[in-house]
Each structure stands twice: as C-alpha cells, then as structure tokens.
Design a protein. Structure first.
Length: 365
C-alpha cells in the first residue's frame, strides 16, 4: 500500500525543512514565501524495531521496511480558494494525498519572515482550514451541477448523492469543516467518491524553538486542537538544525515533554507513526533467511487480502496461513521453538490479521 502524506501550511513555516529531514532530501528551504512552487515527493522508511529483532533471530540477510511517500506542497495563503498565491495548485495537490501533515509556526524570530508579520498559530490553522472548507463548498456546488446534467430521469442514486452534497453545503456554509458532520452508513460510502479536503486525516506539527515564549505559544495551540479533537507533535525545524528539540513521550503525547540525545530522531519517528495511525494502518511481517519484511495493511484486513499484498497469486491460490505472534517469536527465539511450544497456528482465509503477526502463506499455483 503506497501511503502519501502531504506537508501543508502557510508559506515559510518549515514544511520544506521537515520534508528534507523525513526523506533525507536536499530541496531548497529558504527564508522567503513560496520557496516551494512545484510539489516535491520523497520517501521515508518506517523504521520498526520489531523487524530488526525478528531479522536478528531469523539471521536474515536482508531487511525491508515499509515506507511512506511525503509530498512538500506549496504554501497556502488567505484567498487560495479564489486563486490567490498558488491556491489552485495547492488545493489540487491536496486532493491527491491520503493524509495531511499541517506544519504550524510556534516561535518568534524577526529574521524569519511570517506572511502576516505576527505569530498566531490558531489563526494560521483557521486560515488553512477555512480555505479547505471554501474549496469543498465550491466542489459540492459544481458536483451537483454535474450530476444534474448527467441525470436523464429520476435516478435514486443521483437523488441521494445530491441530497448528501446539499447536506455538506449546509454544514460548510456555517464555516465548519466536514470532520464533525453526522453521516449515515450510505452517506459514508459517498464520502469515498468525493475527495473532500476537510475530511483528510490530519496531524499538526508545531515548529518550536527552545524559548519559554515558544512553549507558551505552543500550549495555546495544543489546547485549541484538543477541543477540536486533533493532536500535535512539537519539533524544532530551524534551518541549521541546531536548536534543542523537544518531543512528547510515546505513552502520553499530549502532556509530557522530555529531553534526550536522540530527540530529533524520535520526533521524526512519531510523525511517521502518526501518519500510519491517521490512515488506520498496522503491520504484519514475513520472515526467512533471505529477508525479513514488514507490510502495511488496513486494520481488520483478512489474511487472504493480506496475502494479496505480498503477491496476487497468493490470494488466488490461498490454502491457509501459518501464523506466529511477534511476542512468541521473540520469547521462544524463532519458528522452530514456537512450533515446539504449540504456538504455531493455522488460520483460514477469514482470519483477521493482528498487528505484528508473522505470516507464512500456503498456496497452490
């Protein structure tokens, strides 16, 4: 599964610097608005320590991680939905991504330009969300006109879609995004057809520095996002990467800040992991002497569909799956001992794959 996450935000807030860190790229990250014009695309591996432990026990020659594609999208400004700045390009690029990583500036520095000449992360967030909402509103209105042109007679599905789109319009006209709209089961199916920008899963990245003022600014932003049921990850993205970085403890992302020698790496890992969680993904493994490999799948995926992820022939000729848990594999030091302990299971095609399951697929050609 190719996962694509877009880095968005106002111009000059640190998107390109974060993109370079995540993807080990070297695109320009200059101190002026619209340094990025065309979207840059890079890949970041999902470093999973579980895979390293599995490969060590199995004595695998090769380790293959899953990966995420990151897209550095041009900065959006107020009026983008009307074509201001690089608005039209910005909004069309967002339609093609699976999740949004919204970078917000939470530090003061007169040497670093801000498009509004003052620091207010809440206003910055609301500007972006308002432009996304305006874009969705325009899209709904155009979609209704398109459906009506297609409709030659009273078509039930067309009628229901138009009713759904009008419901979305009423919500958007109240200056609210679609994240908190109430939808029935049928309407949730329609959502898959329409690529609404305000329904993209979103995580917020706070670009901070080491000052107490920056911490206060970030606290206001964090409390605002809590009310909206979003969470944030703070990281320092100064150009020279020499500002002390702070990160949230993994077991309590909202309330704890720590200092450590590997903070930058941990914060970046949190962003990667948050991206996977936004998209409701988890991981299973395949293990052998040649390679140990991680695979991303949607939660609640059946084993026969997980087999297709490895190769389409495995689904076509699926017989059964041999399953070990990651914890049993570590506890008993490998497959042979897992079998001796009676922890090696055979599962049919309807088995739901758990996070960190180790699978062997038996199939016939």
């Amino acid at each position: 599964m190719s996962v694509k996450c877009g880095l968005v935000g106002l111009p000059n807030v640190g998107k390109s610097t974060l993109f370079n860190l995540l993807t080990k790229s070297d695109i320009p990250a200059e101190n002026y608005p619209f340094c990025t014009i065309h979207p840059n695309i890079g890949v970041s591996p999902v470093i999973d320590n579980r895979l390293l432990k599995i490969a060590k026990i199995a004595n695998s020659k090769k380790i293959i991680y899953t990966y995420i594609k990151f897209v550095d999208i041009a900065g959006l400004v107020k009026g983008a939905s009307k074509g201001e700045g690089l608005g039209n390009q910005f909004l069309s690029n967002i339609k093609e991504i699976d999740a949004i990583i919204h970078v917000v500036r939470c530090f003061e520095n007169k040497k670093v330009i801000h498009v509004h000449n003052f620091i207010d992360p809440i206003q910055d967030i609301e500007i972006i969300n308002m432009e996304l909402a305006f874009s969705d509103l325009d899209f709904c209105e155009k979609s209704i006109l398109r459906i009506k042109k297609q409709e030659k007679k009273n078509n039930y599905k067309h009628t229901k879609k138009i009713f759904f789109l009008k419901k979305c319009i009423q919500h958007l006209e109240k200056f609210s995004t679609l994240t908190n709209i109430n939808l029935n089961a049928e309407e949730k199916e329609y959502v898959k057809e329409f690529k609404f920008l305000t329904l993209k899963p979103t995580v917020y990245i706070a670009n901070i520095d080491s000052s107490s003022k920056s911490k206060d600014i970030y606290e206001r932003m964090k409390n605002y996002l809590k009310k909206e049921k979003f969470f944030s990850i703070p990281i320092s993205l100064d150009k020279n990467l020499n500002i002390e970085n702070k990160e949230f403890l993994p077991n309590n992302l909202e309330d704890n800040i720590i200092n450590s020698s590997n903070q930058k790496k941990n914060s970046l890992n949190q962003i990667v992991e948050a991206s996977l969680n936004l998209l409701n993904l988890h991981t299973f493994f395949t293990v052998g002497p040649k390679e140990s490999r991680a695979w991303n799948i949607k939660k609640n995926t059946t084993v026969v569909n997980a087999a297709k992820k490895i190769h389409s022939d495995l689904k076509k000729g699926f017989i059964r799956a041999q399953v070990m848990s990651y914890f049993d594999f570590l506890r008993y030091k490998g497959e042979k001992n897992v079998k001796s302990a009676g922890k090696f299971r055979s599962e049919g095609k309807n088995y739901i794959v758990n996070d960190a399951d180790i699978l062997q697929i038996l199939f016939k050609v």
